[in-house]
Design a protein around this ligand. Sequence first.
Ligand SMILES: O=C(O)C(=O)C[C@]1(C(=O)O)C=C[C@@H](O)C=C1
Length: 353
Amino acid sequence: MKLNETISTSRPYVIAGPCSAETEEQVIEICTQIAGRGLANALRAGIWKPRTRPDSFEGVGEEALPWLVTAGKMTGLPTTTEVANKTHVELALKAGIDILWIGARTTVNPFAVQEIADALKGISIPVMIKNPVNPDVELWLGAFERMEKAGITDLVAIHRGFSVYKHDKYRNVPNWELPIALKERIPDLPIICDPSHITGNRELLLEVSQKAMDLNFDGLMIETHPRPDEAWSDAAQQVTAEGLEQILRNLVLRSKDVQHDVLAELEKMRSMTAALDDRIFFLLAERMKISEEVGRFKRSNNITILQQEHWAKIINNRLNSADDNDLSAKFIRQIMDAIHQESIRHQEKVMNK
Ligand SMILES: O=C(O)C(=O)C[C@]1(C(=O)O)C=C[C@@H](O)C=C1
C-alpha cells in the first residue's frame, strides 16, 4: 500500500526518532524503545542537518545511514530521513531508506526542490514535504507539483510552522490557516504535524498535537531521544520514548464524521451561527456603503483616503475591549485590518470614477 493511503487509515500515523542520528547505539537504543512500546508507524533520524549557524552540529552524514536502516530492520518499521540535494537522495536510496522528506529550508528553494525531483525521476518512493520556512502556500504547492511532474505520486505534507523574527510561545509559529489552505487545494493529501519544530519545547508538544488532531491532521512527527537533554541538536524539543507514550496516551481522538443521533442538535447551533453570519454580512455591506459616501465626500473636498491617526484610534479602541469580550487581539487586528482594506477599496472605487 502507498504511504499516503496507509497514513489516511492509521490516524494518527506516528513518526518518531531522534532529531539527529548521533551514534549507532543511540539510534538503535531509541528506535527499539519506540518500537518496543508500539509507539510509532515509522522511524525518523536526521542524517544531514541544515543548521542556522555554521558552528552547530550538522549531522553525522552518510556514515549514519546504515544505523537507521539497521534500526528499521530490527523493528520492522519503515525509515525516513531528510534529503536536501541530489547526493543525499542517491545516498539515502542506495542505503535503503524507505521514505524521504524535504525540509522547510529546502522547500523554500525551487532550484533545490527541482534537483531532488530530477534525482527521483523513475524511482518509486514516498516523499514527505515540509512547509517552506515562510508562510507561502503557493511555494509549498509548487514543491508537490515538481514531485508529481517527476512521477512521484506518493506524497505527504508535513506542517512544521513558520519562521518569525521574534517568537514568544512557539519556535515556529503554526499559522494553522496555511495547512488548512493546502488541504483545500489538495483534499486527498495527508498532512502530518511536526509539533517538535513548531514548539521547540517538549512541554508544549501535547497541546499542539491535540490541536493538530482536532484540525483533522493525519499524523504526528515527534522527535524522540534516549536522553533528550544530552542531544546534539534541538535538545529542548525532544522527549524520551516514555514521554512520547504519555503524549500519545493523553491525546483525545475525535471523529470528523457527525453521527446521525447528534446531527440535529448540531444543526440547531449551526443555524444560529448562520443567522449571526447573515447579520455580520449585512452589517459589513452597510458599512461599506457608508465608506463609499465618505469617499464621495473626500473626493469633493480633496482629502486623502488613508487617515492613519484616526484609524489608529479606532484599532486601539477595539483592541482595548477585545479581551473583555473574550476575543483575541490577533483576531480583532485581522478583522479590523480586513475591514479597513475593504473600506479603502470602496473609497478608491468612488474617488477615481
Ligand atoms: O474616517 C475616515 O476618514 C475614513 O475614510 C473611514 C475609514 C473607515 O473605514 O473607518 C477608512 C479609511 C481611513 O484610513 C480611516 C477610516
